[in-house]
Ligand binder design. Structure first.
Ligand code: RVP
Length: 502
């Protein structure tokens, strides 16, 4: 006989948090949103190999996660999973662009040899727009550094024609330099101590690696949560599928991807377990792979035992998703999150291993992020939310006098990501499980994420929690009736400024 879940399944809009006691310490500036991304031996006191500074990742979607959005999100402390519904080469190139982007560390594009003339320095500066030139033995960006010359080092009208760079440059012996591996804050200390405007970074052979400019450090300070790897590069993830992972994964590792996720609408399958096993056997356990999506304890247990580094929750709750209508599978996102998080805790009690869980899809309001965390999610994945920002890959248009961005599902005819809905066997049997749509344009990601997280931190304080684990422990959640949902918005008044409603 079929199994019936005894309760109806619910979604985020049906819940509210009931405040707990806030102590004097419980203020938003004391809140930490740091959260684990991948499995770790929590009982044994191990630290996760990757954690995030904010509990947000961007969806594995063409309309959401390219290199530009990945950089913007890593600056805020989260991770993008670059979409896999493109060729291996194109996806690897996107990952490589994120990894080679170094905020604050600039590859010098104005370089001269010591035997070049000041006229050549001026011509180069006019071309690049930079007044600082690195002087290297062979005039290349990574040649052996011998000095630095800036427009302030000479007055061309007072120099004889053909005067050489070597006569006017600041030689290496008189310069402050940083050594490869230096952090931006260490570099900043030197820049201020030595009263210089830039600091060349050299490797052990004296070759130029990069330049750090005084002005760039202040930009870096705008992003105190930025998520960096041990080489100060932004952390980035990539979506993979259960068909071509043996070719895709090594190419993405080579490009520098830090973490993978098996991108599938339904993850409780032989194919996901096989992919996890094959990847870990062939490329090692250090290669981190999340899996999903599942919506119950059984699905979680299956993927955790198969070696998933994190497990993604959600079927049919995505804003552009019509899976429930098309196939009749799925579960309310709140109920699924609560049950899977409980299964994660049970698995931890039994094994000592903590497998983070991600609530994926269906986040409509900022407070839904807090609800998902309170229900036990370690982090959330968002598609619609990020698609609205300037940095997302999709087109910005004007529709009915309003700025919008395009947003389409991976299961739509537009994306044609049929591998996401693949159950193995013969290909080409797909039907649409997603739609093509517009979402209101929402400006820059930095401002949007900043506002969302401000609200999350405030609500956490209302619940008496300064960390995500504390929120999960202390949160008191209540189901609300449809009548009290109406009560939650402005009601029985004529609202003057509609922007107040957002
Ligand atoms: P949302 O944030 O509500 O826009 O949901 C995004 C999620 O929806 C994705 O992370 C993915 O799990 C799911 N998705 C993506 N494409 C489709 C589809 O075409 N059905 N669904």
């Amino acid at each position: 006989m079929a199994f019936y879940f005894s309760e109806p399944s619910h979604t985020f809009g049906e819940y509210l948090l009931v405040p707990g006691y806030s102590s004097e310490n419980c203020i938003p500036s004391n809140v930490s949103l740091r959260t684990p991304l991948v499995r770790f031996n929590k009982k044994g006191g191990e630290e996760p190999a990757i954690s995030m500074n904010i509990p947000m990742v961007s969806a594995v979607m063409q309309a959401v996660s390219d290199d530009k959005l990945a950089i913007a999100l890593a600056k805020e402390g989260g991770i993008s999973f670059i979409y896999g519904s493109q060729s291996i080469e194109d996806q690897a190139a996107m990952v490589a662009r994120v990894k080679s982007y170094k905020a604050g560390y600039v590859t010098s594009d104005s370089n001269v040899r010591p035997d070049q003339t000041l006229e050549e320095v001026i011509a180069l500066s006019e071309k690049t727009g930079h007044s600082t030139c690195a002087v290297t033995e062979d005039g290349s960006a990574h040649g052996k550094l011998v000095g630095i010359i800036t427009s302030k080092d000479f007055r061309i009208s007072h120099c004889k024609s053909g005067a050489k760079v070597s006569e006017y440059m600041t030689p290496l012996s008189d310069m402050a330099v940083g050594h490869e591996g230096i952090t931006l804050s260490e570099a900043n200390e030197i820049i201020w101590d030595k009263k210089v405007n830039q600091l060349p970074v050299i490797d052990k052979d004296g070759k130029l690696v990069s330049l750090i400019f005084r002005k760039d450090y202040s930009t870096h300070e705008t992003y105190p949560n930025e998520l960096l790897d041990s080489n100060h590069r932004y952390i980035v993830g990539a979506g993979i599928n259960t068909r071509d992972y043996m070719e895709r994964v090594p190419a993405l590792i080579e490009a520098g991807a830090d973490v993978f996720v098996l991108d599938s609408s339904e993850g409780y399958s032989y194919w996901q377990a096989k992919a996890l096993k094959d990847i870990h056997e062939k490329f090692g356990k250090d290669v981190k792979v999340g899996a999903g999506n599942v919506v119950d304890a059984e699905g979680f247990r299956f993927l955790a035992e198969a070696g998933a580094d994190f497990v993604k929750i959600g079927i049919g709750g995505g804003s552009i998703c019509i899976t429930r209508e098309q196939k009749g599978i799925g579960r309310g996102q709140a109920t699924a999150t609560i049950e899977v998080a409980k299964a994660r805790d049970e698995y931890f009690k039994e094994t000592g291993i903590y497998v983070p869980v991600c609530s994926d899809g269906g986040i409509v309001h900022d407070y839904h992020v807090t609800l998902a965390l309170a229900m036990g999610a370690d982090f959330v994945m968002l598609g619609r939310y990020f698609a609205r920002f300037e940095e997302s890959p999709s087109n910005k248009l004007v529709v009915n006098g309003q700025y919008v961005k395009e947003y389409w599902g991976e299961g739509s005819n537009r994306a044609r990501n049929w591998q996401r809905y693949d159950l193995g066997g013969k290909k080409g049997m797909a039907f649409e499980e997603g739609v093509d749509s517009y979402v209101p344009y929402a400006g820059h990601l930095h401002d949007g994420v900043g506002m969302t997280l401000k609200k999350v931190a405030h609500t956490m304080c209302n619940c008496g929690a300064l960390t995500i684990p504390e929120l999960q422990e202390k949160a008191k959640l209540t189901l609300v009736s449809s009548v009290s949902i109406t009560e939650g918005g402005a009601h029985d008044v004529i609202v003057k400024n509609t922007s107040l409603q957002s």
